[in-house]
Design a protein around this ligand. Sequence first.
Ligand code: MRU
Length: 342
Amino acid sequence: MKQIRSLALEADISDTRFDLRLLDQTLLPNQEKWMTIETNEQMIEAIQALRVRGAPLIGVAASLMIGKLAFEKSDESIDKETLLEQARQLYEARPTAVNLMICVDRMTAKIKQTNSVQEIVDLAVQIFDEDVQLCSRIADNGAALIEDGDRILTHCNTGGLATAGVGTALGVLRRAHEQGKNIHVYVDETRPLLQGGRLTAWELTKLGIPCTLITDNMAAHLMSLGKITKAIVGADRIATNGDFANKIGTYSVAVNCHYHRIPFYIAAPYTTLDPECSSGEQIPIEQRKSSEVRGFGDFMWAPEKIEVYNPSFDVTPHPLVEAWILDKAVYNKNDVKNGVFK
Ligand code: MRU
């Protein structure tokens, strides 16, 4: 089975090694360059610049970073105050994906509760391993919904690059393909940072899954031609009423599916559920810099002085969702209405 990985941990606690390496996703698909993360500042920069990205993966990466920081203090006693402050900085690196906060909260509770470096490191590694398992369960649950001959639209990148495992929405498609189902994936380019065109296209090509790249504004046209049978996306935060935030443009996909009566699914681990958030209105939306919309990389095509609006995520209201594919089960509208996410 092919592996898509973007986070590597080479650690041996009995030795002195805790090497944390990231595949710099800003350079894909043109360059596959791994970078070593030494400091908390480097990890925060990597999260904010989207070198490491995707809701589940930033939670895992932050946890491993805290594990590394604790490990490096193992010959002295842990400076809990400093470690808690570093954890707080990681918590605040990006605001929308709740996985980051949930994972950092788990690490913070452990730091408060123990003086053992081993226990802190073990929890970080456990969070990594758990994500691999969660992805696999999501893939199994979701693949059962995919039918032979399906032509499926996806948005952003939700695969091995966005998680520690096979991915969420993309993991479902991968599992269906591995089961021998004849599927075709339509990949939304995903403006402005092209997670679809650069990353999902890269993953699907590597995995040999039949796919076609489109720009985001082509999806409705394809639907009107009857070329899309299902849509499946990931999530950055799910409210208890089923509303969810995901990459900007997801809401348009859901509205277009609704108009064309195409089932629209989301796939996510339980670490994306926010029990404190009762509706999408409460989800904080990250605003990003204008240069991401004015151009790409160093090349700018819009005037420097133009006013730009660049929210990184939007919220899709729960009535537009056919089902929520989680690691535990697939939930329908009634399940969600009856409070399964509370
Ligand atoms: O800004 P990004 O690239 O981190 O946004 C990622 C997404 O919106 C994904 O769809 C979401 O995190 C789910 S990834 C399994």
